[in-house]
Write a protein that binds this ligand. Structure first.
Ligand SMILES: Cc1cc2nc3c(=O)[nH]c(=O)nc-3n(C[C@H](O)[C@H](O)[C@H](O)COP(=O)(O)O)c2cc1C
Length: 389
């Protein structure tokens, strides 16, 4: 089927390699239930994201129900097809393996969610509850890799990097309060050095009960990346808000040019609209073994983050609208995305495309035509210098 559709996939480990050769971290967009759908993935891809995650899909439903398959996972057959990782929620090896087998022709790899802290997920031993089940997680990734191999996919990690049939199997985790448990977890899931069970690991350095308003645990990340970073590529998920103000240093994070010239078309939500100062390098944690970044909330507000924009540019709004025309989303979801993109972002730069009042106007639009007219009018006012609204 993939051949019929002319789909071609680059191995994700090749993307890690390319980023490293370019002396930068790999840029990825996070799995986000409801939000990281095709039109959004295409938008962040247009602005420098290397690898995009789907929202978490429940493997069991996906395997049993073709409506779940149709609604949960969409790819593009006409238009940009970003390198995509399909994330599953699962707690049975055969379920994860079966679901992975179904999506493998249409994606670059599969990922297991071991981080979702929501009570419904944990009560079903999904998401973060799996952080207490390291042998089960190992068995799930091993079974999945074996199933994909039986299906004819290349699952030998670096050895399959140039194989068009190469596919990855990865895991996204949180940390434990007692970091020794996280070390044991990773050691078990990783398996032997000469044939590790996962292609890479994404770490969200918060515990299951840490609120997302609490800064990530950099000390834990430092320990985990220095212990395991030579054995497996590691991505950081959490508080990736702006490339210029990350609270750590790495040789792969050379200062990127930032685009702050959107001032004429943005409004400030604070009294000062000056771009933030870069952090003092002496106070930053060194993370030399980190391979890449994963952003969720900041990309939602500013899909152009990795292209060096500190605040969302109008062009990203336009790109997103064009993509939703090709890969439609429910109207309310489009509206919510646009409200995020037109508001102040997660970084220190709080300029926004629309004022709070204007965003209320955007949310009051009842259909796509009104919404597009509304945005064009507001943008026209900015261009013509007709006030900040
Ligand atoms: C709306 C939303 C939905 C999310 N859905 C998922 C998900 O499906 N799977 C997952 O592993 N993490 C999910 N997360 C967690 C993020 O992937 C990420 O780990 C977390 O938000 C921290 O990153 P951030 O500081 O960049 O937001 C979600 C987060 C948000 C805000």
């Amino acid at each position: 089927m993939a051949e019929i559709l002319g789909l071609d996939f680059i191995h994700p480990l090749k993307l890690f390699d390319i980023a490293k050769k370019e002396k930068r971290l790999l840029y990825t967009s996070a799995p986000m239930v409801r939000y990281s759908k095709l039109a959004f993935r295409q938008t962040v891809y247009a602005y420098g994201t290397d690898l995009c995650w789907t929202p978490m899909i429940l493997a069991k439903e996906f395997n049993r129900n073709h409506f779940a398959r149709d609604s949960d996972f969409t790819i593009s057959t006409n238009g940009p097809q970003p390198p995509t990782i399909v994330q599953f929620g699962a707690n049975v090896p055969q379920e994860l393996a079966r679901a992975s087998s179904l999506v493998a022709p249409f994606c670059s790899g599969v990922d297991l969610n071991c981080g979702c802290p929501q009570s419904w997920a944990c009560s079903e031993t999904l998401g973060a509850a799996l952080m207490e089940k390291r042998e089960l997680v190992r068995d799930m990734v091993v079974e999945t890799r074996e199933q994909l191999r039986r299906d004819g996919w290349g699952v030998d990690k670096e050895k399959d990097i140039d194989n068009p049939k190469g596919r990855s199997v990865s895991v996204k985790i949180r940390v434990h309060k007692d970091l020794r448990k996280t070390m044991d977890f990773i050691t078990t899931v990783l398996g032997p050095d000469q044939d590790r069970h996962i292609d890479w690991l994404t770490i969200h350095p918060r515990t299951r009960s840490t609120p997302s308003s609490t800064p990530i645990n950099l000390e834990a990340l430092e320990i985990l990346t220095s212990t395991f970073g030579d054995r497996v590529p590691i991505l950081l998920s959490g508080d990736v808000f702006a490339l210029g103000t990350l609270p750590f240093t790495t040789p792969l994070l050379t200062p990127t040019p930032t685009f702050t010239s959107t001032t004429s078309t943005t409004v400030s939500t604070t009294t000062t609209s000056k771009p933030p100062n870069p952090p003092d390098i002496r106070t930053l944690t060194p993370l030399p073994k980190l391979a890449g970044l994963m952003s969720a909330r900041a990309l939602l507000a500013n899909p152009a983050l990795y292209a060096g924009h500190d605040a969302c540019p109008w062009s990203a709004v336009e790109t997103f609208l064009t993509n939703t025309a090709r890969a439609p989303l429910p109207f309310k979801l489009v509206q919510h995305h646009l409200s995020e993109m037109c508001g102040p972002g997660m970084g220190a730069d709080k300029r926004a495309l629309l004022t709070r009042g204007e965003r209320a106007g955007l949310m009051a639009c009842g259909n796509m035509l009104d919404l597009v007219d509304f945005l064009e009018e507001r943008r026209g006012l900015r261009r013509g210098g007709g006030g900040t609204g």
